[in-house]
Design a protein around this ligand. Structure first.
Ligand code: NAP
Ligand code: MG
Length: 401
């Protein structure tokens, strides 16, 4: 059988620890036998980031800009303990943060569902994808404690020296203050990424803020989304049979819980931080969450939502066989290959990716899984396999299909 060919290179971003081991195994067992992988490889393993003064991370992000699609393995974000462990020159920044800054993208997280593992919310039948605006608000705020009576004001000085002022509060005693900002440009990028992703996933887009209370700040988010939708996406949404729906955050929370799922929920930074933890926990396991970074000009980077699974890696180094769940990393690859195939009109590659995803789901439905999932099954007693045995089982299912 001839291997499937790829036209445009896919940006392959390798990473650290247990996920780096799994990365190589996925390629060897599930991809390379069938696809002539055409990738441009970037090694973001911590040692190489250190050796290149983190230039490799910037290069990888630029390569995604050039080729349009990337797939990324989980990477270590260094802290003091990692500085010692790897004898680093510097405490390098989070690679995901660096890549996001270059691509100006939004992260979309969705769960992978199987029938045998039910979400905590019983009426959720389809995945709910959270899109979190990852700029500004309380994450870039300025805070102040004041110790007594006095007037707090908001002051803006324009470049030409003119000013805008507003009274925040006339304090009669001690208290606290908080200043936040956001930029039209960042909100616009966020909106474009959300509309693009909704079209690509063919799912409705919900957006929620608290504009009844925050009339200017949240009101601007609402207005920008509405304007961009009407200017750029209305026709394509109608053609695709999907809708854009705005509602208040508290109403959105109630509707999400009552819903069947199957839509994208765009959230402001804080809402997205909180709600994505709720959604992923309610759907079951971090090891079953995928993540994709979408830039406003339509570039895509796929990865698993979990980290490098350090504890398993230390056991692996001692020679133990681990049962680390590779599903989200497999789906990062299939998501990226599918998108690469879509951009190149490479039907064979799209079909291969879909078939591989199906083989993973069938393997799980048949009761073969990794240890993290075995306690979550309902109705059947699953067989917990090692990572390698699970990947081989998926290969068996794939070959049989
Ligand atoms: P983590 O790697 O996601 O692991 C946390 C725990 O969750 C694991 O110890 C494991 O629990 C369980 N888990 C996560 N993924 C799993 C999988 N695929 N299969 C089975 N169990 C899984 O998070 P962390 O320990 O906080 O971070 C480890 C490193 O990853 C850190 O250096 C951090 O900087 C990095 N990180 C990277 C990314 C990224 O690149 N996107 C994201 C988050 C964290 P048990 O040990 O109980 O089995
Ligand atoms: Mg959080």
């Amino acid at each position: 059988m001839d291997k499937i060919k790829m036209i445009t290179p896919l940006v392959e971003i390798d990473g650290d620890e247990m996920t780096r081991i799994i990365w190589a195994q996925i390629k060897q067992i599930l991809l390379e036998p069938f696809v002539e992988l055409n990738t441009e490889y970037y090694d973001l393993g911590l040692l190489n980031r250190d050796q290149t003064d983190d230039q490799v991370t910037v290069d990888a992000a630029n390569a995604i800009k050039k080729y349009g699609v990337g797939v990324k393995c989980a990477t270590i974000t260094p802290n003091a303990q990692r500085m010692d462990e790897y004898h680093l020159k510097k405490m390098w920044k989070s690679p995901n943060g660096t890549i996001r800054a270059v691509l100006d993208g939004t992260v979309f997280r969705s769960p992978i569902l199987i029938d045998k593992i039910k979400p905590v919310v019983k009426n959720w039948e389809k995945p709910i994808t959270i899109a979190r605006h990852a700029y500004g608000d309380v994450y870039r705020d300025v805070e102040m404690r004041i110790e007594g009576e006095g007037k707090a004001e908001l002051l803006f000085t324009a470049k030409d020296g003119t000013t805008q002022r507003a009274l925040i509060y006339d304090f009669e005693g001690p208290g606290v203050l908080q200043g936040m900002h956001n930029k039209d440009k960042s909100i616009e990028s966020f909106a474009h990424s959300c509309f693009q992703y909704a079209l690509s996933a063919k799912q409705d887009l919900w957006f929620s803020t608290k504009d009844t209370i925050s009339k200017t700040y949240d009101g601007e988010f609402k207005a920008i989304f509405e304007r961009i939708y009407n200017e750029t996406y209305k026709d394509s949404f109608e053609k695709a049979g999907i809708t854009y729906f705005y509602t208040l955050i508290d109403d959105a929370v109630a509707r999400v819980i009552r819903s069947k799922g199957g839509f994208i929920w765009a959230c402001k930074n804080y809402d997205g931080d909180v709600m994505s933890d709720m959604i992923s926990t309610a759907f079951g396991s971090l090891a079953m969450m995928t993540s994709v970074l979408v830039s406003p000009d339509g570039n895509y980077e796929y990865e698993a939502a979990h980290g490098t699974v350090t504890r398993h890696y230390y056991r692996y180094l001692k020679g133990e066989e681990t049962s680390t769940n590779p599903v989200a990393t497999i789906f990062a690859w299939t998501g990226a290959l599918k998108k690469n195939g879509e951009k190149d009109h490479n039907q064979e590659l799209i079909q291969f990716s879909e078939k591989l995803e199906k083989a993973v789901l069938t393997t799980l439905e048949n009761g073969f899984c990794t240890k993290d999932l075995s306690a979550l099954y309902e109705g059947t007693e699953p067989t917990a396999l090692t990572t390698t045995a699970f990947l081989e089982k998926v290969r068996e299912t794939f070959d049989a299909a």
